[in-house]
Write a protein that binds this ligand. Sequence first.
Ligand code: ZN
Length: 312
Amino acid sequence: MKSDAIVGVDVGGTNIAAALVRGRRISRRIAADTFAQGGFERSLRQIKSAIAPLHRDARSIGIGVAGIIDSHRGVVRYSPNLRGWSDVPLAKILRAEFDRPVRILNDTNAICLGEWKFGVARGHDNVFLFSIGTGVGGAAICEGKLLFGANGFAGEFGHTVIDHQGPKCVCGLRGHVERYAGAKFIVARARSKMARQKSVLAEYEVLTPEIIARAARRGDRVAREVFAETGYYIGTGVSNLLALFDPEIVVIAGGIARAGSILFTPIRKAARSMVMGAEHRRFKIVPASLGDDAGILGAALFSKLAVSEPEL
Ligand SMILES: [Zn+2]
């Protein structure tokens, strides 16, 4: 195969994005619905249909998938967002279909690789990235290497405890970061405040964290309180990961990372006030810079780096 292009794919709980990648250049972008609730076969058909128009022009395929991924065996072990995906040998299935080497990794790991090599975390050896969306994912670069962990669970920031008596998370356990920072929980916090206080948010039938962020920037009191609290909770979690990983840079990805100071000021304040030895540490907490490109770039890069390993 002469082409130096790679198919990069980002499989999320809602959307699939695929494209041809050369270095950090992206072309021929394809978008599809994941149909995550339609079961494994349905989502697999969607993934195949996104890759099919691209694979002939590529030498390998890299895929970031939301879930617990065994990257060595190319297996999706479990995914809370993709219904019916349990111990699926995704790399092998797609290898047979497209006759190209296929590598898979966790979607947040892919975003982290993308931001590390091409984005805001470039040049740093110790990076922690987490994404805030429907769920809260996390990934770590430690001493210049992506951390996978013994079981593929490393970096799961969303499911770290910030209140051991807190409410139940979507995973069933109590007081996890995701239970406070996941999109539907931010919206729920706004709704409970709206029941007691006047807010411009009452004009919206459907609320999202982005709408709440806009209202907060315009000075709406309920929306400002929601973001101050959300930032405090996230910052509490960040103080834990600062203590554990001592990163030079903490990158926040996902839609509300674009919210600006209404989110970052309380996060920075909480993280600094709760971490041991803050005055002796040098770190920054910043928004991601590549948007949706990061996952595609990172997945492609992972395929390129891993393609020298024995084939599956
Ligand atoms: Zn959880």
